[in-house]
Design a protein. Structure first.
Length: 346
């Protein structure tokens, strides 16, 4: 069997690199962490800003030119990656939501021989736990508790329970299913919304009900919690605007763990400020980092998370599991897991 050159393009712990090398003797795995952006925290795939010295840049370009498989995109060369890595046949991403990124850089057209695979499923558990955190925070009045603690005020109050409450999950893929599993563990009713429900059953998807996206307007008034976990596509862009927010029942709580582009932020700010929404837990925003002047920073009923709800210190191990599995498939000529549909963008 001919050799296969694999280039690891973002920081990975040495033990995971060795796991990749052990997949098959035909692999030539290139990993030079000194040429990569330094991670700022566990599982940071973008890293600190990097400017390579000329000789290091030449070395990196030589590695790119030889690579047939990339572990992660090269975020130091997003614009000219197709030109610098002409032999690449497959890129394994470390993120699930790469559709807009691939579309923006026209990689599908500029790298017609390459297939792109996502990290779908890797981040489902931490994102579901973030949703649980948010739902418990509002039901047990965490915001009220913290405000009283900061003011050294002893004022008893009554929270509420999650039992019997309804969570509406817009985007019922792997993340949505994990959110539903966690919610139902609290005794909540889970309603899933998918782009297409042909051949789908609520039981198989772990929800009490499953509906097509076209039913969203009729479902919104039933939600105590609205969780957004759909990919960013032309169909989902701005899916939650003034009309949708108006249809939510007073006191509903919104959780966004997908992409900020799904929500009309000015309309959301208005709904939060008026008290119509009980609050929001937001991990993603239309502009990131969230500008310091955004009113979302100062609203007392909003939890602002810096696009970190999905990140876990165990993440790289799970991504390596997926990559190694896909490497074996690639070497055997078998279909890969998590192939990006470049038309649907997920």
């Amino acid at each position: 069997m001919p050799r296969l050159t694999v280039l690891i393009a973002s920081y990975l712990e040495p033990e995971h690199v060795e796991r990749i090398r052990a997949v098959d003797p035909v692999l030539d795995v290139a990993y030079e962490p000194d040429l990569l952006p330094r991670p700022r925290y566990a599982a940071d795939h973008f890293g600190a800003l990097l400017e390579r010295a000329p000789e290091r840049e030449r070395r990196w370009r030589t590695l790119l030119a030889a690579a047939e498989v990339l572990f992660d995109f090269d975020y130091t060369h997003t614009a000219d990656l197709p030109d610098l890595a002409p032999r690449v046949r497959w890129i394994q991403a470390t993120s699930a939501g790469i559709g807009q990124f691939v579309e923006r850089h026209r990689y599908a057209a500029r790298m017609p021989s390459a297939v792109f695979t996502t990290a779908s499923g890797v981040h489902a558990r931490p994102l579901a736990e973030f949703c649980a955190l948010a739902m418990l925070a509002v039901s047990r009045k965490l915001f009220v508790t913290l405000e009283a603690q900061q003011g050294r005020r002893w004022e008893r109050f009554a929270g509420t329970d999650l039992l019997g409450r309804t969570v509406l999950i817009y985007g019922h893929g792997r993340i949505g299913r994990e959110v539903a599993r966690v919610a139902r563990a609290f005794g909540m009713r889970a309603i899933g919304v998918k782009r297409s429900i042909e051949g789908a059953s609520a039981e198989a998807l772990g929800v009490d009900e499953i509906h097509a996206a076209s039913a969203l307007p009729e479902l919104l008034p039933r939600a105590d919690f609205l969780v957004l976990s759909a990919p960013h596509t032309p169909e989902t862009d701005g899916a939650i605007g003034p009309r949708e927010l108006e249809r939510l029942k007073p006191g509903c709580f919104l959780i966004n763990i997908s992409r900020g582009a799904l929500v009309d932020e000015p309309a959301l700010v208005a709904a939060l400020g008026s008290g119509r929404l009980a609050g929001a837990a937001l991990d993603v925003f239309r502009e990131e980092p969230l500008p310091s002047g955004s009113p979302l920073w100062s609203l007392p009923n909003v939890l602002v998370s810096p696009h970190s709800a999905s990140t876990s210190d165990r993440e790289n191990g799970l991504i390596t599991d997926l990559f190694c599995s896909n490497l074996r498939r690639f070497l055997k000529g078998e279909p890969l897991e998590n192939v990006l549909d470049v038309a649907r963008l997920y």
